[in-house]
Design a protein around this ligand. Structure first.
Ligand code: NAD
Length: 248
């Protein structure tokens, strides 16, 4: 499928690593200029080395609205937004402190509100725009053990997506959400390595997907591209599981 991202400007949060990074690389390859937003400066710098002038770095903590306003004020045109920044808190409700709860909800959900609201002003002015949010199969889709705060925050993204979709459909703005299964990214690898038995943990993660393996980040980026592009012009408010059958 051919896409036309030439002259398109796409903001990607969590662009420095994992799924966000893979999406940024693919979008740049298809011609887009990327506004790469992340709190990790070192990894952002590595992305810049790869994408060169196809990439504008924004070293921002997405949970801080003042930081967003100050650092993004030079961005006047934008065609699409990928909300990918996120963290995984592990544990059931009885293992979740108030601090961990607030940190998870702020990082995974409130930041999506902040960034989407900030860029919505530009989308509304231009009467067009596409937002792709990254939720998870561990959310409203499926209950996953020991992901209490995480699943709650990711379920919130599904509600946020549908709200944006219905409120702004007539204004030319679309909003969709992707729910990945397990994806091989730096934080997932850390999670595996920090478990009591990494080799068993890897096997367990693989077997959660009926396909029998975890996804590569690039297997998520193709869908991100489609949803940002005009090829999906009739798609809004939709939830896409891309999970190797984990939700079945
Ligand atoms: N990897 C998986 O198995 C998986 C599965 C389902 C959903 N997801 C979701 O996909 C998204 C990306 O996950 P990943 O595995 O690629 O993670 P990752 O840790 O590899 O990348 C996440 C990026 O987000 C950035 N980030 C985190 N908090 C931030 C903040 N407050 N402000 C700015 N940047 C911030 C991190 O610095 C990092 O670069 C997350 O939202 C995650 O919940 C991942």
């Amino acid at each position: 499928m051919k896409y036309s991202f030439k002259k398109k400007i796409i903001a990607v949060t969590g662009a420095a690593n994992g799924i966000g990074r893979a999406a940024a690389i693919l979008l740049a390859k298809e011609g887009a200029t990327i506004i790469a937003i992340d709190k990790e400066k070192k990894s952002l710098d590595k992305l810049k080395l790869k994408l060169k002038n196809k990439c504008i770095l924004k070293n921002i903590n997405c949970t801080n609205f003042n930081e967003i306003k100050t650092n993004l004020k030079d961005i006047k045109i934008i065609d699409g937004l990928v909300n990918c920044a996120g963290i995984v808190h592990q544990g059931d409700m009885m293992n979740c402190s108030e601090k961990e709860w607030n940190h998870t909800i702020n990082t995974n959900l409130t930041s999506v509100f902040y960034i989407s609201q900030y860029f919505m002003k530009i989308f509304l002015k231009r009467k067009k725009g596409s937002i792709v949010n990254i939720s998870s199969v561990a959310s409203s889709i499926k209950g996953v053990k020991r992901r209490f705060a995480y699943s709650t925050s990711k379920a919130g993204i599904i509600g946020l997506t549908k709200s944006i979709a219905v409120d702004y459909a007539k204004k030319g703005i679309r909003c969709n959400v992707i729910c990945p299964g397990t994806v091989d990214t730096p934080t997932w690898r850390k999670r595996v390595l920090s478990s009591n038995n990494p080799s068993q943990a890897r096997k367990d993660f693989n077997s959660r997907q009926i396909i029998g393996r975890v996804a590569k980040p690039e297997e998520i980026s193709d869908l991100i591209l489609f949803l940002l592009s005009d090829r999906s012009s009739f798609v809004t408010g939709s939830i896409y599981n891309i999970d190797g059958g984990m939700s079945l």
